[in-house]
Ligand binder design. Structure first.
Ligand SMILES: [Zn+2]
Length: 361
């Protein structure tokens, strides 16, 4: 059943919920685990009988063909005379062979363009390899292709930005929070931005054409993720303030980019303590933009500083409980120095917007 492509599978509603769940995940991730789709080459031959009406598997199995991969060579279906000779098949099987050829005409290497017959996962399934390190092999296959065309969020960012971000940088985006924050909410926000979870006007308009696709802040530009979070003229003053705060903390002029502020990709060569200090300023900025969702007003400098301070209260409380790391201490000192030099300019207390607006698009 697992090897049968989903549209041809018999009714699965009678299966146990756990089996249905596993089947769902297999369908969602099998393109990472096998080399050919829609019919992987490790597929048992009898599956073809469910794909081709009136096709009889017996003469093929009697000849010794047990899986689809045996019909392939060099990434292509072998000619009938080759198969006939090797497996001593009757020449009357030419018509069933043409049925197979038609059925597998859409079969192509999956996204990684692998030319080998079988993936490591398929070698394990067909017992060509001892069943060891199954979890490690599967994880490495799943992670290998983090930037394949199937990753629609990466494609969407590239198309909105009009440029590509390298795989190394995407890898940094996925891991830049490690050892920097202990707050799950920060990671959640970072992931929501990375995976473009927010329902910006352009996306709502795409789903529901009656709605406007214009940004609610400026009212005339298309409200894409990039625009609402970064390029809108009306949000720029806020990012300008954030840039000032960061430049004062690290004591050098820092130029903010979308990669840094929205995707949390640290600039090359940034020391861990410096990145920690920057991260807490940036994640606080993103928290506030989400909190001011669908409001024309933008967060003030005072509110931002208040939010970063709150983050540090939480981080230091957590560190006191579980032990402080050197870079966290250094980053906290950098923040405290900034506060002592600049708090007089900041409005100390401001009311947060109503909680109902809290990062809900
Ligand atoms: Zn705008």
């Amino acid at each position: 059943m697992f090897w049968t492509p989903k549209p041809h599978r018999q009714d699965t509603t009678q299966l146990l919920p756990t089996t249905q769940h596993i089947l769902h995940h297999w369908d969602a991730s099998r393109h990472h685990l096998v080399h050919y789709l829609p019919v992987p080459l490790a597929t048992p031959l009898e599956v073809l009988a469910t794909l081709i009406p009136t096709w009889d598997k017996k003469p093929w199995q009697q000849g010794g063909i047990t899986e689809v991969g045996q019909l392939y060579e060099g990434g292509k279906l072998r000619p009938f005379p080759d198969i006939q000779r090797e497996y001593n098949l009757s020449s009357r099987l030419i018509f069933p062979y043409l049925q197979i050829k038609s059925c597998l005409s859409q079969n192509k290497p999956s996204a990684n363009n692998a030319r080998e017959h079988l993936s490591e996962f398929e070698l394990l399934c067909t017992h060509r390899k001892p069943l060891k390190k199954l979890i490690s092999i599967n994880y490495s296959l799943l992670l290998q292709k983090a930037d394949t065309p199937n990753d629609t969020h990466i494609q969407s960012w590239h198309s909105e930005l009009g440029r590509s971000i390298t795989k190394d940088k995407w890898d940094k985006a996925y891991s830049s929070h490690r050892g920097i924050t202990s707050c799950a909410t920060h990671l959640e926000l970072q992931r929501k931005l990375l995976y473009r979870w927010y329902l910006v006007p352009a996306r709502i308009h795409h789903m529901w054409p009656q709605s406007t696709d214009k940004c609610w802040r400026c009212g005339h530009q298309r409200g894409t993720m990039t625009h609402v979070w970064w390029t809108c003229e009306n949000i720029k003053p806020f990012w300008h303030e954030v840039q000032n705060v960061i430049s004062n903390i690290v004591r050098t002029q820092v130029t903010l980019t979308l990669e840094l502020c929205i995707l949390f990709i640290p600039p090359d060569g940034t020391a861990k303590a410096t990145w920690t200090a920057m991260y807490h300023v940036l994640i606080s900025a993103a928290t506030l933009i989400a909190r001011f969702w669908k409001q024309v007003a933008i967060p003030s400098r005072g509110l931002h500083i208040q939010q970063v301070s709150l983050n540090w209260v939480y981080e230091t409380a957590f560190a006191n409980q579980f032990g402080t790391k050197k870079h966290l201490k250094q980053a906290h000192v950098m923040w405290m120095e900034f506060l002592s030099n600049h708090t007089t300019q900041a409005a100390p207390k401001e009311c947060l917007p109503t909680p109902t607006q809290d990062d809900t698009p």
